[in-house]
Design a protein around this ligand. Sequence first.
Ligand SMILES: *Cc1c(COP(=O)(O)O)cnc(C)c1O
Length: 357
Amino acid sequence: MVDMAITKVKTPGTLPDVDKLGFGQYFTDHMFVMDYATGKGWHSPRIVPYEQFELSPAAMVLHYGQAIFEGMKAFRTEDGRINLFRAKDNFRRLNRSAELVCIPQMDEKVLHDALIQLIETDKRWVPGKVGTSLYIRPFAIATDPFVGVKVSDTYKLFFILSPVGAYYAAGFNPVNIKVEDKYVRAVKGGLGEAKTAANYAASLKAQIEAKKEGFAQVLWLDAVERKYIEEVGTMNILFKIKGEIVTPALNGSILHGITRDSVLQLARDWGVKVTERRIAIDEVFEAHAKGELEEVFGSGTAAVISPVGELSWKGQKIVINNNKTGPFAQKMFDHVAGIQYGKIQDKFGWVETIAKV
Ligand SMILES: *Cc1c(COP(=O)(O)O)cnc(C)c1O
């Protein structure tokens, strides 16, 4: 384990009502922090009370967006263990995002150890109700007080923890999605593969316009031809066409989703044909016209699986599986959640039991 100072809160916080957790609005008592300076490297790992911190108004992250983040979850099992899901893969991706925006590489073993110690410190905050979990948000920011454009020489890394509610407390609810034909999210050679602030800033205007038009989310098309499917706001997208799972290949402009990877590995393990390739939006509409489009769903850490009930593109709407959750999406959701909560055997080594409550 990494040797680090732990400063505990004087008065532990009151736990929120498990029925009103929602997403990302409550934070636990402590956070993990580590600093970086050129010449010194990453240093001073520590667990401290969750609190506000000082930053220069000139801090580079505020001006040029040199920022990266991750999102993953820990789960409390029925018998009181805490399971962490694929954290090592998230830390690998954090370093990949870091590389793309010139943030110095971090020691993934240190990050992993630090996370386990932080969760151990705040384990009473891991909610136990079915479907709830502890959302983990690592992030790193550039802190040089300097308003010229350059790569920063100082950074801060944080892990903050948030107990979150069941995404599907009221059952699966397929979403209606707008296929975006005006705005674009990312282009190959850009930052699309990084979990970095800029990508989300770039997505807000399209998202707001789609909401006004009555859609829950947008589905992005490629930025060059506006033809090939990319991904949804914070989810990858998968199609079931004539029994086959088809999803966009990792082409340089979409995020390498860890849930996407879990879904593909499980589908292959079940003997389902899986293809990662380019998919044109016309192809999806044609498959629907021929009665071959069986299911559409998103994949991401927050929801695991999010069924898509309707897709609209340039004013044409298709309804998928009668706007009902398909059997494959349901089975996949149940299986991934079953592994996370320790109810289904984890033959892929995705889960680590890190503490007992
Ligand atoms: C985080 C994210 C995803 C999903 O990744 P997971 O690792 O499955 O949570 C997909 N697309 C974007 C743009 C994301 O930010």
